[in-house]
Write a new protein. Structure first.
Length: 93
């Protein structure tokens, strides 16, 4: 199993646009084959800093996820929403 954490640093004035894009991504990702968990959390003490936590069966499931239209849409707009590049970590469980 693979664990992905992605930390996003979102501009205050782009928060709603980010959440509008990420909400359908979360829903569709949870329905994908090989997905075990897909959650978005916001830091309590750092407004607009979000962490996506994803658990996937294997790399093939991640590769398939990376073709999800909602994922591609978010990636296309992420620079517009962000104050910094995301921090993405992948671990083997």
């Amino acid at each position: 199993m693979k664990l992905i954490t992605a930390t996003f640093f979102i501009k205050a004035d782009k928060r709603e646009a980010f959440l509008a894009d990420v909400t359908p991504l979360i829903k569709s990702s949870r329905a994908e084959t090989g997905n075990h968990n897909y959650q978005l959390y916001e830091a309590v003490d750092l407004p607009n800093q979000f962490v996506m936590v994803e658990e996937w069966e294997n790399q093939a499931a991640i590769d398939q996820h990376n073709t999800n239209p909602h994922f591609l849409h978010l990636m296309e707009h992420l620079k517009d929403y962000s104050t910094a590049d995301p921090i993405i970590k992948v671990a083997e469980l």
